[in-house]
Design a protein around this ligand. Sequence first.
Ligand SMILES: [Zn+2]
Length: 124
Amino acid sequence: MIASSNMQKNILLKRNRLKENFYTIKLMMKPFGLGYKIIDMCPNFCMLYYDEDANLIKCKTYGRARYKPNTSRGRALVAYKRLRYFPPTFRLQRLFISIKTIEHMTWHHSHDAVDRVMVYLFGS
Ligand SMILES: [Zn+2]
């Protein structure tokens, strides 16, 4: 991550506003509520350890282990595969709040449809 950050700084103009690292960006974005949930999943992609299956330690279908073997003491359990879920509700709400984007979000409602003519919002 550090190498890519340095590479980006070399590419961009000197008076750019790019934050120095990903952690700083993450802290800056936190108040906007655009986070994500991390959900463990089976390495075979057959199930999510979510809701009623959240506490299982083996896959219900193939019996594969959820966590990697623990090599050092006191270390937290590490799942083989993790899914990052970006809930769409807050993102959509933010699009409807903004004056700049509300016109685009309600375009389908205010636009008069003509039969047999396919139309779409430019840039959608
Ligand atoms: Zn599985």
